[in-house]
Ligand binder design. Structure first.
Ligand code: CA
Length: 225
């Protein structure tokens, strides 16, 4: 899962990026509206945190431009505490949720988790696939109740596939959602990560669809198509 943080306050920007990175996300950041708009317009994000008061181009304008261009990623806006009219303008521009400043980081993390899973079609914070369970709230993976220790990249990979359970995800799509923009990307490494992940999980849920990509499905459905 890959996020974009658009916030001009350098301390707050850093805090958000650190918190999301520690929670297992790939994170890109921007400190003004123009840069933020460009990234959101050209890179695929699973969710965006967008401050409304931004230099160069304000947050509401950034959001309006994304939505007009058909960009559908979930967007959480950051608003000033007493500015109810900002919230209204933000929602009308296409925001999905908001947090008023100052906020608790835990709340932002929880709201982003909810937006990411909702947009992937999951109502519950736990996503199951046979014996495999992804607890999105605790960033934990278990197989038959046994905790599986994963590196952050392995977790990101599995989390993306679990959120899109039953769908074939191409290597290109995986690369785009696992790494931030500064990372030296190589889609060949995905195969290596998938291999390691299979070994660690020890259950037959992560399938290679030849020439297409990867798909997480219940073990008994394996080989059906
Ligand atoms: Ca600001």
């Amino acid at each position: 899962m890959r996020l974009l943080v658009v916030e001009d306050d350098p301390d707050l920007n850093r805090q958000l990026v650190t918190a999301f990175t520690e929670a297992g996300y790939a994170v890109d950041k921007a400190s003004d509206g123009e840069e933020g708009h460009f990234l959101g317009d050209t890179e695929p994000y699973d969710a965006v945190v967008l401050d409304l008061g931004l230099p160069v181009l304000d947050g509401v304008s950034v959001l309006e431009k994304w939505r007009r261009a058909g960009r559908k990623m979930p967007v959480l806006i950051l608003t000033a505490r007493d500015r109810w009219s900002d919230k209204v303008a933000g929602f009308d521009a296409g925001a999905d949720d908001y947090v008023a400043k100052p906020f608790h980081m835990e709340e932002v993390l929880a709201r982003i988790r909810a937006l990411v899973r909702r947009s992937a079609g999951h109502a519950s914070s736990e996503i199951a696939c046979g014996p495999l369970l992804l607890d999105t709230a605790g960033a934990r993976v278990t197989v038959d109740g046994r905790a599986i220790k994963l590196t952050s990249l392995e977790f990101r990979l599995l989390s993306y596939l679990m959120h899109h359970k039953g769908k074939v995800v191409s290597r290109t799509e995986l690369v785009e959602h696992l790494y931030d923009q500064d990372f030296d990307r190589d889609s060949n490494t995905i195969e290596v990560f998938v291999g390691r992940l299979r070994k660690k999980l020890g259950v037959d849920v992560l399938h290679t669809v030849r020439g297409m990509g990867y798909c997480v499905t219940e073990p008994e459905e394996a080989g059906k198509g």
